[in-house]
Write a new protein. Structure first.
Length: 202
């Protein structure tokens, strides 16, 4: 099950090294959204990139949840200069990503506006990089709301989903905090023909 808490996992690793070969070049570091699989012992077992490639964790990285998959922002490198490809993790941090809740489950479905900085779609997710104004006086709550499922004239269904954003009443707009949100559109595979995600903007 995909979880939406932001505090489950954060790992930052500083890697230093040297090589006897003066011609060695460190592989480029990539930072992108990915699925991180957690095993029964609460350790990261695999990282699944959005292009479908799967890599085993190169070191022991602990989480506080077990037997789940988390949507994360991962920094990593892939070294293919040797006889065998090497995958190295530099940092992992969870992002806002949860299965949609029905509209009726919200006491208040808040849609406080955000700045939409970028948006893109991958095979299993609709992703966005957003910003919101804050003074860090209270927690901003984010989730995904299933507003409705509507049939078209041909009978095919469309799921309408929106980003729920609840701003604390005591939090003033001072500086912009930027975060990733990633909606798991695979939830509707086999259920609807189309998914429309709405993000409330200024």
């Amino acid at each position: 099950m995909l979880r939406n808490w932001l505090t489950y996992l954060f790992v930052s690793v500083v890697v230093m090294g040297c090589s006897d070969d003066d011609d060695y070049r460190f592989p480029p570091m990539h930072t992108e959204l990915a699925e991180v699989r957690i095993d029964g012992a609460k350790n990261v077992s695999e990282v699944v990139l959005d292009d479908g490639r799967i890599y085993s964790a190169d070191r022991k990285i602990s989480s506080n949840v077990a037997d789940t998959t988390l949507r994360c922002l991962c920094s990593y490198s892939i070294d293919d200069s040797g006889s065998q490809e090497s995958f190295k993790i530099y940092s992992i941090s969870t992002v806002v990503s949860s299965l949609p809740r029905p509209y009726s489950s919200y006491q208040n479905h808040d849609s406080d506006p955000v700045d939409l900085l970028s948006q893109w779609e991958s095979a299993r997710y609709i992703n966005a990089f957003i910003g919101y104004k804050t003074t860090d006086n209270g927690n901003h709550l984010f989730s995904f709301c299933e507003d409705s499922i509507v049939p078209a004239a041909d009978g095919k269904l469309t799921a309408y989903v929106s980003l729920h954003h609840s701003r604390p009443s005591a939090d003033a707009e001072s500086y912009t905090k930027r975060i990733y949100v990633s909606f798991p559109k695979y939830y509707y595979e086999g259920k609807t023909e189309k998914v429309v995600l709405t993000i409330p903007t200024r």
